[in-house]
Design a protein around this ligand. Sequence first.
Ligand SMILES: [Zn+2]
Length: 146
Amino acid sequence: MTECEICGSKAIKKAEIDGAIVNVCSECVKYGKVVVGPVKIRAKPIKDIDSSRYIDPKYPELIKKTREKMEMKIEELAKKINEKESVISSLERGHLSPSFNLAKKLENFLEIKLILEYNEEFHSSKGKKDNSLTIGDVVDLGELDD
Ligand SMILES: [Zn+2]
């Protein structure tokens, strides 16, 4: 966990305070100017109305691979989760983005994770190192979006 350099609670942002870049929590951010907010995934996320959930952009292969691993035909999977065969095949080809309801059904049935949260992504990218995100890390993540 990155600690807020002012009060010691969980830092979520970087802010410029008196010319120095420091990690700050949501409270202490008011003491400085924000330079880096939470890292957002910009790869065409399908946003939930009221939260930061989004569908994993790798859903087509996740669904297909898992289904194949379970040795199920598309029509079998469709029947199991009460969807049309055409819906499943469109999902697997990436022609259709699942709604959160449908994603939830697929998650439960296939035991995979399709619905992600920006926060999880943010924390896991921080988790790679003992130290906090550096500005460089943030720039690198940003460049993933082409
Ligand atoms: Zn603080």
